[in-house]
Write a protein that binds this ligand. Structure first.
Ligand SMILES: [Zn+2]
Ligand SMILES: [Zn+2]
Length: 249
């Protein structure tokens, strides 16, 4: 993996192009984002859902977002860095589908900065796995690359082997809440021979986008059944709530 990363650094030297809009930037720009894109991103501020970490609207009175007040989650608590808006989406699509593995390091930097000051120390950092056929086709698991950089900066132990995706699930973006849950049901398992690994561990699960939490919950269920003590969650972007805001106050 180190060699692969050096290769990408050679092909796409970091901090020359904005990772979101591809405009030329100088090397000092944090996360290799141009000033315009930094301003367009919806960075997590003070008011976030105390359960999943999504950004809450100004004036929203509850500590938990509408989704979390309606649906139970198996993970303890989630953290997100941004709201999944237009610019965040452009970045993620480019990263995921256009062979730009090197963006993972920049997103990992963002994750590390988000967790600065959080008094939370997991035993293991575990990226949400993609199915092996998909990884073979894409060449990389985008979540693993960002988790790798985050774990390196935070000096935490990374484990990309223990949790596997056994079901090649459908993309979640066009699915409703119950379809999402069904799509990832029993989609994950602990790799054969690694059954002892989760026992008693506090695990920080990493994913790129958080929407309803069904993927996170399915991974959490597998890890807890495997003996993990508790599972926390860190994602790059939190999507909008799926439950209409006027249905609950
Ligand atoms: Zn830009
Ligand atoms: Zn929430």
């Amino acid at each position: 993996m180190e060699i692969l990363e050096k290769f990408w650094e050679f092909i796409f030297p970091s901090n020359i192009y904005c990772i979101c809009c591809n405009s030329i930037i100088d090397r000092t720009r944090p996360y290799a984002l141009c000033d315009r894109c930094v301003q367009k991103f919806h960075w997590t501020g003070k008011k976030t859902c105390q359960k999943c970490g999504k950004i809450l609207e100004e004036g929203y009175v509850h500590d938990w977002c509408i989704d979390c007040r309606t649906m139970d989650h198996l993970f303890i608590k989630g953290f997100t860095c941004t709201r999944y808006g237009l610019y965040e989406r452009v970045l993620m699509m480019d990263y995921k589908y256009h062979d730009k593995a090197w963006i993972g390091r920049k997103v990992g930097d963002i994750l590390a900065d988000r967790m600065q000051g959080e008094a939370f120390l997991p035993d293991l950092v575990v990226p949400v796995p993609i199915h092996k056929d998909r990884e073979a086709k894409r060449g990389y698991n985008q979540v693993e690359l960002m988790a790798r950089q985050y774990a390196r900066l935070a000096e935490l132990t990374l484990d990309c082997r223990m949790l596997i995706r056994t079901k090649d699930t459908l993309p979640m973006r066009n699915l409703g809440v119950s379809e999402r849950i069904a799509n990832v049901q029993d989609a994950f398992s602990i790799r054969k021979g690694w059954e002892a690994k989760p026992a008693g561990k506090t695990i920080l699960l990493i994913d790129d986008i958080y929407t309803t939490g069904s993927t996170a919950d399915s991974c959490t269920q597998t890890l807890l059944q495997g003996g993990a003590k508790e599972v926390w969650l860190l994602t790059f972007a939190g999507g909008s709530n799926v439950i209409p805001s006027n249905s609950l106050q």
